[in-house]
Design a protein around this ligand. Structure first.
Ligand code: ZN
Ligand code: ZN
Length: 120
């Protein structure tokens, strides 16, 4: 499968683009916003996507070793705490006001809780 064929399959889930970082996180583009999530948690956030699509050959197509994503650089992700600790929201022990919430939320349409919108 080529990347375009994969994207054709993911289109129905609203995913416009997808890449896989060296750190093991996927970054997907939905409504022109980028969301990152570690591959181990990917299907928790996209349960309707057929895992069979994501076989080893597709991972090679998506892998970009020179890519630094927001998951590893900024600790931004669907599966990361809003405080920026890089922990999962449930396990974060920073004790900050925003802890327990995810940094990114597709339904709510935000791709990071804090800061401006000038990051991309
Ligand atoms: Zn990364
Ligand atoms: Zn936290």
């Amino acid at each position: 499968m080529s990347k375009q064929e994969l994207l054709n399959q993911l289109e129905e889930y609203g995913i416009e683009d997808i890449s896989l970082c060296n750190c093991g996180a996927y970054t997907v583009t939905i409504n022109n916003k980028n969301y990152s999530v570690h591959k181990d948690n990917f299907f928790k956030f996209f349960p309707d996507i057929d895992e069979e699509i994501f076989n080893e050959s597709i991972k090679k197509i998506l892998m970009n070793n020179f890519y630094n994503c927001n998951h590893c650089v900024n600790n931004w992700g669907l599966d990361l705490c809003a405080c920026g600790s890089g922990e999962s929201p449930k396990e974060c022990e920073e004790g900050l006001e925003e802890c327990g919430q995810p940094m990114q939320n597709i339904e709510a349409g935000y791709n990071h809780v804090r800061g401006g919108s000038s990051w991309m």
